[in-house]
Design a protein around this ligand. Sequence first.
Ligand code: APR
Length: 232
Amino acid sequence: MSAPSIVILTGAGISAESGLGTFRDEGGLWAQHRIEDVATPEGFARNPQLVVDFYNARRTQAAEATPNAAHEALARLQSEHSGSVTLVTQNVDALHEKGGSKTVIHMHGALNSALCGRCEHRWSAPLEMTVGQSCPHCGAPSARPDIVWFGEMPYEMDRIEKALARADVFVAIGTSGNVYPAAGFVQLARHAGAHTIEMNLDPGENVGLFDDIRPGMASQTVPAWVSEVLSQ
Ligand code: APR
């Protein structure tokens, strides 16, 4: 039997123990800011300074954060597991990469990337972006955070769906299962006959769709699971 193909989806919960806030927990980011003001194209058009300031603050906080045992365990899995491992994150921090992961699919974009609203050129974002910053490629004053806002299409969906279609194991870590299409990945994995595992502090909205529920802190549950997989 060849080694199982594993697809992993992470959410804000995997970065919580690294000090980065989640969205929907008590006092989370969506308790402090209105989604429509800071995470939609309309909000950016209405008040670009508010949006640029919001992501500048998160970029600085993420730049100072360090990966935790969960990020490091997933990097170990990617380097030691003989089957394929596809790591998809909804997170825009770079803690998977800081934890040693070489290949990470950032389906909601990344704080350390800037995007041109006109030509779609991408470049490394400065720690502090400014409103009306010029695109280094087309020169238009249309730089924006390279973040997928509500109403926009997440990145790399073809690649993700192909990986889910051939998954033997699907694991969701630290995500509340509130936001689609990510919250629907468990159904795609089940259609492919994959064994599905949820690792969360509190059960997600879609917890009923998982075969195996492992509640707890990601820094505990993820390394334990990775050791289990690598010892098989
Ligand atoms: N260990 C494991 N899970 C945790 C931990 C922890 N230490 N702390 C919190 N969690 C869990 C919570 O129980 C919750 O289920 O992480 C989840 C966080 O859920 P959300 O705050 O909704 O974050 P997420 O699911 O990543 O949000 C998805 O929504 O707003 C958009 O684009 C944004 O990518 C984000 C998407």
